[in-house]
Design a protein around this ligand. Structure first.
Ligand SMILES: C[S@@+](CC[C@H](N)C(=O)[O-])C[C@H]1O[C@@H](n2cnc3c(N)ncnc32)[C@H](O)[C@@H]1O
Ligand code: SF4
Length: 449
């Protein structure tokens, strides 16, 4: 039966970090729309800030992020100047005194920034968007370029949470993905972060990488558990060489098939749950005391461009090349090529390349898809009512859902959908039932299992 379900539902589907998804952003949305939407933000509503650093010093062959490799620091230092200028442009367009509840630095590798640049970037952000009480500041950390001084600089800048890139501890897997990183290196960073007072730690692991058998995946998870993180993200490797040509360097014949991937993920999940972690959404695990576990229990988990989040802000402002922003009715994406992004900012213009304005129908479907991805369950009538819609507005999804119900993927009681344990690996496919753009397009995504 499992093989049957994989054959029927294991196809490609978006990861739904937004709806509509990024391939449906359009280039007739630009800086003027962004300025106007920023000016309409309620001044008393805190926002969340995301800063993207699109540089790394070596390329991991699996990487699906927006990054470029640099051996020189000069462009990175200059990029920090540009990021600060962009934040000034945003603050000028927004109501005075706009505050932030969370700040997240991602990439690429923000830990490539020198200590002095970390401090001036954090200080600039904090001066422009004053933090509210309980402010959270998270940074993605590559242990291979993060010594104790860098961690001390991040701690001085106010870091409260660190997300540490690991992927897999096995040297055979590491060689096949061009990412050699010893356990001692990772353990050292974990120890240094804790010593500097950064207590909230997440480890990024992956499954579905070349040579990753179930046994190797379990061994990596066990070593990750030895480091006692508060959260673990276990991402399914998205192999999309048509979008990321460097992934052709990955030996495809060493990639596990859909059945093996699922088996490795399920075994890893079981180990994590036995160790006391709660499974959250499609790829996260958190200790019950962690804020993500508490948000999940309260039905307040959210999903945005960084994946699952506890962020409750209504608006996410993204700065940096390729960064995505979500304002109440508008998604926007900055120019992806760093030179285009930088030239636009230096000319004093917001560097928007494309976006999409949400219709009432988009807003409804976005809310449904978010609940499916976060809770594996949604009461369609209640949600329609909250959004001023009726069930017949989403009638197009119902046929597909019925078929999934008869295959044991989910149950439909009254108007509530509950994804069942055998259906959880196909959550993205359930969400796709509500995605009118996906069904009408021929775009290619990664496999769901
Ligand atoms: C920006 S990186 C994290 C910070 C730092 N650059 C590092 O790698 O340590 C974000 C995370 O995305 C995940 N990731 C990157 N490419 C991926 C892919 N193709 N499929 C699934 N996850 C991926 C990895 O787990 C990685 O740690
Ligand atoms: S996984 Fe991280 S370090 Fe590796 S290339 Fe991607 S962004 Fe850079």
């Amino acid at each position: 039966m499992k093989q049957d379900l994989i054959a029927r539902y294991g196809g490609a589907a978006p990861r739904y970090t937004s709806y509509p998804t990024a391939p449906h952003f359009r280039d007739d949305i630009g800086a003027a729309d962004y300025r106007e939407a920023l000016s309409r933000l309620p001044a008393e509503d805190p926002v969340s800030l995301y800063l993207h650093v699109p540089y790394c010093d070596t390329l991991c062959w699996f990487c699906g992020c927006h990054t470029k490799i640099t051996r020189r620091y000069r462009p990175v230092g200059a990029y920090v100047d540009t990021l600060i200028r962009e934040m000034v442009l945003i603050a000028e367009a927004a109501p005075q005194g706009l505050r932030m509840s969370q700040m997240h630095w991602g990439g690429g590798s923000p830990t490539l920034l020198r200590d002095e640049d970390i401090l001036r970037l954090a200080r600039a952000a904090i001066a422009l968007f004053r933090p509210v009480a309980g402010f959270e500041f998270a940074v993605e950390i590559d242990p291979r370029d993060t010594g104790i001084d860098r961690i001390a600089a991040l701690a001085r800048a106010g870091l409260t949470r660190a997300s540490i890139g690991v992927q897999d501890f096995d040297p055979l897997v590491q060689r096949a993905i061009n990412r050699m990183q010893s356990f001692a290196e990772t353990a050292g960073v974990v120890g240094n972060l804790r010593e500097c007072g950064v207590q909230n730690l997440n480890l990024d692991l992956m499954y579905g990488l070349p040579y990753q058998t179930k046994a190797r995946t379990l061994a990596t998870v066990q070593r990750a558990l030895d480091l006692d993180p508060d959260r673990i993200a276990l991402f399914g490797y998205a192999h999309v060489p048509w979008m990321k040509p460097h992934q052709r360097l990955i030996p495809e014949d060493a990639l596990p098939g859909p059945g093996e991937r699922l088996e490795a993920f399920n075994a890893a999940s079981e180990l994590l749950v036995q160790a006391g972690y709660l499974k959250i959404g499609i790829d996260h695990f958190a200790k019950p005391t962690d804020s993500m576990a508490r948000a999940h229990a309260a039905g307040k988990l959210r999903r945005n461009f960084q994946g699952y989040t506890t962020d409750t802000a209504n608006s996410l402002i993204g700065a940096g090349a390729s960064a995505v922003s979500r304002l109440p009715d508008l998604y926007l994406q900055n120019a992806v090529p760093v030179h285009r992004y930088s030239d636009t900012v230096r000319q004093g213009e917001l560097p928007i390349a494309k976006g999409v304005s949400l219709s009432n129908d988009d807003r409804l479907r976005s809310a449904i898809i978010e609940r499916i991805m976060c809770d594996f369950s949604v009461d369609l009538s209640a949600l329609c009512e909250r959004q001023g819609a009726v069930l017949s507005d989403i009638a197009d999804a119902l046929d597909r859902l019925e078929r999934m119900a008869s295959d044991g993927i989910l149950t439909i009681e009254e108007s509530t959908i509950n994804i069942q344990p055998p259906g959880i690996p196909f959550t993205r496919q359930v969400a796709a039932c509500f995605d009118t753009y996906f069904r009408n397009a021929s775009e290619k995504h990664s496999q769901t299992t």
